[in-house]
Design a protein around this ligand. Structure first.
Ligand code: DAH
Length: 328
């Protein structure tokens, strides 16, 4: 074994490595030079035939040589990788001076926030939350709810009809019918979702959100309804507010009321409808109205949200304008 020969070998290999320009070729070459049957490995194998002090002397030289070459290969690989990235960007005309893209954080839509807040309140006082159907038939949306054939809300122009009998629901009250069908008493549910009416101006959009509440059990009275509504409104607005129950009419309730709250400017503003479930509705569902009674309410979520955040144009909620939505 000859020290000079080994050192010469290493010098040559390092010079070759410095001139390799292709990473995959470099890797193949590395295997050849450092692999089992390479020049250096063969020299290692020969060590055992040497005398002890030569064994120690050449052993050290060979170990050092392995290390040196390994490091040299690694450095070359790094360099080639960096060059590759640099050239890649140059070829693609990458401009490092361009400003980066800003990552925007998303947030919940204000309407979704209101729905969660409402659901939070009602689930805490024992209501179940149920999903709703947006595509509905005439029976669930109108007939079963005691809405007569000639009622203005059935007007062909005001409702989005999908066929003679199928429509986009105009109110979440359709869910009352679905739930009463199950007849699992006591019924105590809320159901929120989208409703559709053919209206479009500063106060109306063709799609908006409602939340429906229904209780059917024994001895349900208007007092129960009033307590729930007042508690809810104070919770929602996080303060004591002036609430007014005003006599009204809905086909599916008898003792019907609309609820107004007093705005800061002293004006009363209607925010929901409610009442005692009409015996005809219970009868339509084969529920004995002498035994069971119920109360119901329907809340316009946009109206409530607008009041809470003091926004003026309902359409803002649906235009996906980030400058508006970022505020919530
Ligand atoms: N469905 C009614 C509407 O869209 C709102 C409503 C009023 C719902 C009274 C009710 C209720 O459950 O009892 O205008």
């Amino acid at each position: 074994m000859n020290k000079n020969k080994i050192e010469f070998f290493i010098t040559v290999i390092m010079a070759i490595v410095d001139n390799i320009k292709n990473i995959s070729y470099l890797k193949k070459f590395k295997k050849k030079i450092l692999g089992k049957h390479s020049y250096l490995s063969n020299k290692m194998k020969q060590l055992k035939f040497l005398e002890l002090n030569k064994k120690i002397f050449f052993g050290k030289i060979l170990n050092k040589s392995f290390k040196k070459i390994k490091i040299h290969f690694l450095n070359r690989e790094k360099k080639l990788k960096i060059n590759f990235v640099k050239n890649y960007d140059i070829n693609r005309n990458f401009d490092y001076t361009l400003p980066g893209k800003k990552l925007l954080f998303g947030s919940l839509h204000p309407i979704t926030k209101s729905i969660y807040k409402i659901e939070d309140f009602f689930s805490k006082i024992g209501f179940s939350i149920i999903n709703g159907y947006e595509i509905e038939d005439e029976y669930h949306n109108f007939s079963c709810l005691n809405i007569p054939k000639d009622h203005p809300s059935r007007n062909k122009k005001d409702t989005f009809w999908l066929s003679d009998n199928i429509l986009l629901r105009t109110q979440t009250s359709n869910m009352q019918v679905h739930i009463m069908k199950n007849k699992k008493f006591p019924i105590k549910i809320i159901s929120s979702g989208k409703v559709y009416r053919n209206d479009n101006d500063i106060k109306h959009t063709p799609m908006f959100h409602q939340i429906e509440g229904l209780i059917v059990s024994k001895n349900i009275s208007f007092a129960n309804l009033k307590w729930i509504i007042c508690k809810f409104l104070n919770f929602f607005f996080k303060k004591k507010i002036s609430i007014r129950f005003r006599n009204s009419y809905f086909p599916f309730t008898v003792l019907s009321a609309e609820v107004d709250i007093k705005e800061q400017n002293g004006k009363w503003l209607e925010i929901l409808g409610c009442g005692i479930v009409h015996p005809n509705v219970l009868d339509n569902m084969n529920i004995d109205y002498k035994k069971y009674s119920g109360c119901a309410f329907g809340i316009g979520i946009e109206r409530l949200t607008m009041l809470y955040y003091e926004t003026l144009d309902l359409r803002n909620f649906f235009e996906n304008n980030l400058n508006f939505l970022k505020q919530f």
